[in-house]
Design a protein around this ligand. Structure first.
Ligand SMILES: O=C(O)[C@@H](O)[C@@H](O)[C@H](O)[C@H](O)CO
Ligand SMILES: [Mg+2]
Length: 403
């Protein structure tokens, strides 16, 4: 049996922080897992170093499920983003090792391919509707079949999803949280205009998505969904904060606009009601924040019973290790929906050489044994950790609001 003899946490910051777990077996085989939790990176690094790694040494690396159960039930304090991100990193690394030892790409171990590739969506954004549509046209030129649209809100200095850099979006932008100002009324006026103009300019053969990013109440989300129905959105994401899963019943009563939620979820329990009552159409839980491939497959299997499809989160704060693992998952699940793909910077790609590819609006993990991703530790060592917080949001009267 491949015995775990070492496990190291590597923190690097090629433009943004990433936390990577590298597990090593007695025969020299190594596996990688992403452990990045944007704005809380060192919490996960410490959890791994202090509370997980000592328990891994000497274990059989093939026993993925047993180790998962050990780290989940054995923690006593179950669930939560830090714990489940740490478990996810171990899980990804063990699947990577198992694939390398079997000489198979991980998707082959998960039952093989259910499709030729995973359709992905890119992020078109701009300070104005015109700028956003121009950015969307560039994504169409690059072959994307699905595009997320986020534009500035007249009268607001900033808003979620509109970045200074057209190609790379990184919201964790300062040593202490940036404070943004938000107006739901102003926002609700511009999004229908954005979608009307986008359908006019881009046509109907492209999927158009939008991320509300937790900022509306359920009835406001119902109103926006109704306003956008004529433009056939592929989904409205994070329409309202989802701690109260039942809140989505109210949105469903008012609109047939498809709903996606779950990038902040860390276990199946966060989504159980949403899935069983078909309150959503896509589940966004990710391989890095929801306990790894092992747990994400459980969530997808439950979702499949209720015709809910996957739509995994894939922002730049999920490392190429996550993207690789997500694509193996995407290829293998029967109820795959779509994969988010925010391209990483060249610096990040150099630190994490990978086998996955993009072509014709789809991605494929490649057939290298394991996950097909590596870490250049010498290069990674050159990028010092730099604390960075996600922003906070306040209403115009100063009330703290969801960012
Ligand atoms: O759907 C998305 O990609 C966003 O919700 C993310 O960019 C999110 O804001 C970041 O991952 C937070 O770190
Ligand atoms: Mg989102």
């Amino acid at each position: 049996m491949p015995k775990i003899v070492a496990a190291r946490v590597i923190v690097t910051c090629p433009g943004r922080n990433f936390v990577t777990l590298k597990i090593e077996c007695d025969d020299g085989t190594t596996g990688l897992g992403d452990a990045t939790l944007n704005g809380r990176e060192l919490a996960v690094a410490a959890y791994l170093t202090e509370h997980v790694v000592p328990c891994l040494i000497g274990r059989d690396a093939h026993r993925i499920e047993d180790i998962w159960q050990y780290l989940y039930k054995g923690a006593y304090w179950r669930r939560g983003p830090v714990t489940m991100t740490a478990i996810a990193a171990v899980d990804m690394a063990l699947w990577d090792i198992k694939g390398k030892l079997a000489g198979l790409a991980v998707y082959q171990l998960l039952g093989g391919a259910c499709r030729e590739g995973a359709i992905v969506y890119g992020h078109a954004n701009g300070t104005t509707i015109e700028e956003t549509i121009e950015a969307a046209r560039e994504y169409q030129r690059q072959g994307y079949r699905a595009i997320r649209l986020q534009c500035g809100v007249p009268g607001m200095a900033s808003t979620y999803g509109v970045s200074k850099d057209k190609d790379f979006y990184e919201p964790a932008d300062s040593d202490l949280p940036t404070e943004n100002v938000w107006s739901t009324a102003k926002y609700l006026r511009v999004v229908p205009e954005l979608f009307a103009a986008a359908r006019e300019a881009l046509g109907w053969d492209v999927h158009l998505l939008h991320d509300i990013h937790h900022r509306l109440t359920p009835i406001e989300a119902g109103r926006l969904g109704k306003d956008l129905e004529p433009y056939r959105p592929f989904w409205l994401e994070d329409a309202t904060p989802a701690e109260n899963q039942a809140a989505f019943r109210l949105i469903r009563q008012h609109t047939t606009a498809p709903l996606a939620v779950g990038e902040v979820f860390n276990s199946i329990w966060d989504a159980k009601t949403l899935i069983e009552e078909q309150l959503i159409d896509y589940i966004r839980a990710t391989v890095v924040h929801a306990g790894g491939i092992t747990h994400l497959r459980r969530i997808a299997a439950l979702a499949d019973l209720y015709q809910v499809r996957t739509g995994c989160h894939g922002a730049t704060d999920l490392s190429p290790v996550s993207m690789a693992a997500a694509l193996h998952f995407d290829l293998s699940v029967p109820n795959f929906g779509i994969q988010e793909y925010m391209r990483h910077t060249p610096e990040t790609d150099a630190v994490f050489p990978h086998a996955y590819t993009f072509a014709d609006g789809m991605m494929h993990p490649g057939d290298a044994p394991g996950l097909g991703v590596d870490i250049d530790e010498a290069l990674a060592a050159g990028y010092e950790y730099k604390r960075a917080f996600l922003p906070v949001n306040r209403l115009e009267d100063g009330t703290l609001w969801s960012w």
